[in-house]
Design a protein around this ligand. Structure first.
Ligand code: ADP
Ligand code: ZN
Ligand code: ZN
Length: 743
């Protein structure tokens, strides 16, 4: 240590732990003592009996604890912060807004790879090129390769590729190439280099059709304000050409040397969308989604942060990726629930994108055919600008939607005769059929016909779903599994009934009813293996599968031009659900799937089964469309004091012992009563809609307020103290700001 080192340098560190505070440590003897640390730098610190990786926040001159009582930092891991100030600001804001511990927020925002690796050198991929010194030119093949056909083949391939080839490119054209590459390297005929992992095409082709008026107006309006912050909503019906609007905006941004971030809801969406961006844009693209491993994700993250990639297409957590030249954020299908993280740090990526764009003074584009009520409310209040695409670019006609009244109808396996007749007709006419049912498995429960015993889950207030093919019972809430019994566990009778229907049952029934048509089931059970979803979607596109049975999973972003009939089997559940967003989701589902079906020359048909065809929301949706439905739904939310009109915070708590969770919430409520809450209403403790799950009793407190500001002022005082409540040690609790549901 240099002798003039300042003594007792104290650093404030955000440690990933459930506590609402930062921690102070001594830095002495660790680094070059003059060196200033950059905020965000990772440090290894002792924490209780373990060592954790925390994040440097600031250096302080003194703290509450005497300096000699402070523990010392063990190691400084980074020379430079991996998070630029812009991202750190966003995270500080988010930790406050979502009332979540800062250390955990920062950890969630960083690639998982950095949690497990001290070395943050960007990951790159190897590629190989002809050695410019020893290599031959033209069609010549070095004489030393005469007896090595595989090496010759690889050599030719590399000689033909201007930029060399990487493993992925070689895999695409040949197999078992590694030994040959090794041999060529040994002979010094080729060289190995490394580069950032980016996708790009060399022959991107411009848009082949001329944009229609509405597209042009939207693009012009957004481009006019390209240098300043505004939230633009592209509200266009499915097939109206929203993606073309995104592409045009990207083109100009990229040409101006800016980076663009495109957020998409699900992995299922990325391949198609990525392909379209690659085909059109002459740029370097990286993608980020949960199906990638942590090395791949870190490599993509580094390429974006290091500016080797100009365009990042990714799911929720991509919002935290550093993009030094960021000029535009696009959020596709902004209404989609997958933008909200449902555990741990419960952020909403769409909302954070707006904050990031505002901080950065850049535009953000939210696209949807069925904007969320939150977004519509913001348009109504003139906080967002809206651009409508009302006409269809792909010339497809909007389908005819029809309600099937189930009252007193003869049903088979959850389907009315009308539905079966219609399926038969469409198949006869070479159409494809798509059936939606939001329940996987064969039947939601088994029941004894002699005594009424049912397959209740021992750990939840729920039934175990019967999976027939595997002869198992699964609880979809806690994950418990057990073999399906042959006999009633109460009275021993073998007279067991499967009650209700799920995707497996529909699949089996339809396959039996239409033996000449291939029925394909697409749900989480049939798409667990890597590539199986893609495979099933391809079979659907090629027409190999005539009937598709699936859950909501099928509704997202997929285009099915050969599907002429869409059936939605269970609407009643959504119409009367305890989930306040259920009706909104149903309307979005109906509108989205309707828009994806049908060929250009022929309008498709949509059949919706319900016992309540007179339901006002359904009627509005069918006769006046999604915008009218949404206005009515907004009025209902206003009347019920629900978002987006009023703002919610949910304090959830669960415990193994019945009373502990309730006790904790009681104490939390008493704590809240100590101050004047000023317009923040507190409800509870009340049992969660499913009171027992996974062996734990669950309760909640709901906070409601007209004013976001007052609500946040209150929780920033209240939440950090909850940890100290006497009952806190016996329970698990979490805070959910702007909850997506109240379960
Ligand atoms: P959305 O994203 O709104 O569903 P897309 O951008 O995917 O719509 O467009 C739907 C289809 O219409 C695509 O096949 C696209 O190539 C085509 N399309 C988009 N804009 C035009 C246009 N101006 N003229 C002709 N076809 C278009
Ligand atoms: Zn029985
Ligand atoms: Zn269970």
């Amino acid at each position: 240590m240099p002798h003039n080192a300042p003594q007792n340098r104290i650093v404030r560190i955000a440690v990933p732990c459930p506590l609402y505070k930062t921690f102070d440590y001594r830095l002495d003897g660790i680094t070059d003592s003059h060196k200033k640390l950059q905020p965000g730098v990772r440090l290894r610190v002792p924490f209780g009996r373990q060592q954790l990786t925390g994040f440097f926040i600031e250096e302080v001159s003194d703290c509450d604890v005497p300096a000699d009582k402070l523990k010392s930092v063990i190691a400084v891991l980074d020379e430079h912060s991996l998070l630029p100030a812009e991202i750190l600001d966003l995270l500080l804001w988010a930790a406050k807004y979502y009332a979540h511990p800062l250390g955990d927020v920062i950890q969630t925002a960083l690639p998982v790879y950095l949690r497990n690796n001290d070395d943050a050198t960007p990951l790159q991929s190897s590629y190989w090129q002809i050695n410019p010194v020893t290599g031959t030119t033209g069609d010549d093949i070095p004489g030393t390769l005469k007896r090595a056909p595989k090496q010759q083949q690889i050599y030719r391939l590399l000689a033909d590729a201007d930029d060399g080839l990487d493993a992925e490119a070689l895999n695409a054209v040949t197999e078992n190439w590694r030994p040959a590459v090794r041999a060529l390297l040994e002979k010094q005929l080729i060289i190995e280099k490394r580069r950032a992992v980016v996708l790009s095409t060399h022959n991107a082709s411009p848009c082949e059709h001329s944009l229609h008026d509405e597209q042009r107006q939207a693009i012009a309006a957004i481009q006019q304000q390209a240098d300043s912050h505004a939230v633009h909503v592209v509200n266009g019906i499915t097939g109206s050409g929203k993606t073309e609007v995104y592409l045009a905006l990207c083109e100009t941004m990229l040409a101006a040397g800016k980076q663009v971030l495109v957020l998409v809801p699900e992995i299922g969406l990325t391949p198609q969308l990525t392909r379209r961006f690659l085909q059109r844009l002459d740029t370097q693209i990286v993608v980020l989604h949960s199906a990638m491993n942590e090395r791949q994700r870190y490599a993509a993250w580094s390429a974006a942060a290091g500016k080797q990639a100009q365009l990042l297409i990714g799911t929720r957590s991509s919002i935290f990726t550093p993009l030094p030249d960021l000029g535009l954020i696009i959020i596709d299908e902004e209404h989609d629930g997958s933008y909200k993280q449902q555990d741990g740090f419960r952020y909403n990526a769409r909302d954070l994108a707006i904050v990031r764009a505002r901080n950065h003074n850049i535009p953000v584009v939210l696209g949807s055919a069925t904007p969320s009520l939150e977004t519509l409310n913001n348009i109504n209040e003139q906080r967002y600008q809206v651009h409508y695409l009302r006409q269809r670019a792909n010339k497809r006609k909007l389908p005819h939607i029809e309600l099937v009244n189930l009252c007193s109808q003869k049903m088979q396996e959850g389907m009315a005769q009308t539905l079966l007749d219609r399926i038969r007709r469409h198949i006869k006419q070479q159409g494809q059929v798509l059936l939606f049912i939001n329940r996987r498995g064969f039947a939601p429960l088994l029941m004894c016909h002699d005594c009424g015993w049912t397959t209740r889950c021992a750990r939840c207030d729920a039934h175990m779903t019967y999976h027939k093919r595997r002869q198992q019972l699964h609880c979809h809430h806690c994950g418990s599994q057990r073999p399906a019994p042959d006999n009633c566990e109460e009275c021993g009778s073998n007279n067991i009934l499967a009650i209700g229907v799920g995707t497996e049952r529909i699949e089996q029934f339809l396959q039996a009813s239409f033996p000449d048509t291939r029925v394909s089931r697409i749900d989480r059970d049939t798409t667990r293996n890597k590539g199986s979803l893609q495979d099933k979607l391809e079979k659907a596109h090629s027409g190999e599968s005539g009937i598709l049975v699936g859950t909501q999973m099928l509704a997202k972003g997929h285009d099915f031009p050969n599907i002429t009939l869409v059936c939605i089997l269970d609407t009643d559940q959504a119409l009367f659900s305890a989930d306040f967003r259920a009706a909104e989701h149903l309307a979005q589902l109906i509108t989205q799937v309707s828009g994806r079906a049908g060929r250009a020359e022929k309008a498709g048909e949509v059949l919706i089964q319900t016992h309540h065809p007179e339901h006002p929301l359904l009627q509005l949706l069918l006769h006046k469309g999604y915008p009218a439905f949404a206005e009515a739904a907004l009025a209902e939310r206003r009347a019920a004091g629900l978002p987006p009109v009023r703002h919610l915070v949910l304090l959830r708590c669960e415990s193994v012992a019945t009373e502990a969770a309730r006790q904790f919430l009681q104490q939390a409520s008493e704590l809240a009563d100590r101050v004047d809450r000023q317009g923040v209403d507190l409800f509870g403790p009340i049992p969660a809609p499913m009171e027992r799950r996974a062996g734990r009793f669950r309760y909640q407190i709901m906070l409601q307020s007209e004013q976001r500001k007052t609500l946040h002022r209150f929780i920033s005082w209240w939440v950090p103290q909850l940890q100290q409540l006497p009952a806190a040690r016996k329970v698990r609790w979490s805070v959910d700001v702007d909850p997506y549901d109240t379960f």
